[in-house]
Write a protein that binds this ligand. Structure first.
Ligand code: PEP
Length: 237
């Protein structure tokens, strides 16, 4: 089933999360589209979103690489599962770029996610500089290397998110997204249950054509802050 994930980043209070959930429920009505919707709120709004969202799932935006202990400010995979999360986003480019998360750290996070019974949404994607240098495939291959120790039979979601398309209003072209999708499918061909999402400036106006490149859904930032934009994207599927 197609998956649409709303990554709210550092946006929305608990009250705003409840309002969003009410609006989304109202917009989708009694016969919602046959897709899976997941919301990744900030940690402080996880419980409010969980209580208000009903049947849609919750995702964590980040997860600690350690199991437990003296790691001030960190939140473990077990705690996120306990809070009701189904998914955990691992390796978002903002975590890689702003918080220095590297492939080795991300491989450890993946292990914690699996131990806790969460499903990873593993993000990969090249920077503008890497793209212009024709290095997209090489970057995807290196980043996918962090999945080497991840069990092949376990369900996996990978999000192709070109860094230059995130939050810029400049989405990848259908043909670029399609070739990255094919390359990832090839690199991960041993996986039994794989969904490949696209992320990067997806909105109601370009969702249709981007879905046609063969992806299994989207990871959505900016447009997911509006219940009506998110509902329109889900409705397109
Ligand atoms: C993201 O943050 O994962 C993302 C895709 O953001 P946006 O949709 O705003 O480009």
């Amino acid at each position: 089933m197609r998956l649409f994930v709303a990554n709210w980043k550092m946006h929305k209070t608990r009250a705003e999360a409840r309002t969003f959930a009410e609006e989304l429920g109202g917009l989708l009505g009694d016969s919602p589209p046959p897709v899976e919707l997941s919301i990744a709120p900030p940690l402080t709004a996880l419980d409010a979103a969980r209580d208000a969202l009903g049947r849609w799932s919750l995702a964590a935006q980040n997860v600690a690489a350690e199991r437990q202990g003296a790691f001030t400010g960190e939140v473990s995979a077990t705690m996120l599962a306990d809070a009701g999360c189904r998914y955990a986003i691992v390796g978002h480019s903002e975590r890689r770029r702003l918080f220095g998360e590297d492939d080795a750290l991300l491989a450890r996070k993946l292990e914690r996610v699996r131990e806790a019974g969460l499903l990873p949404i593993f993000c990969v994607g090249e920077t503008e500089e890497e793209r212009l240098a024709g290095r997209t495939e090489e970057v995807l291959e290196r980043q996918a290397g962090a999945l080497a120790g991840d069990p092949k039979e376990a369900p996996l979601v990978v999000a192709y998110e070109p860094v230059w398309a995130i939050g810029t209003g400049r989405a990848a072209t259908v043909s670029d997204a399609a070739s990255a999708r094919s390359r990832l499918a090839e690199l991960l061909s041993a996986r039994r249950d794989l969904r490949i999402l696209y992320g990067g400036s997806v909105g109601p106006e370009n969702a249709r054509e981007l879905l046609d490149c063969g992806v299994d859904g989207f990871l959505i930032g900016g447009a997911s802050l509006s219940a009506s934009a998110f509902a329109r994207i889900a409705g397109i599927a």
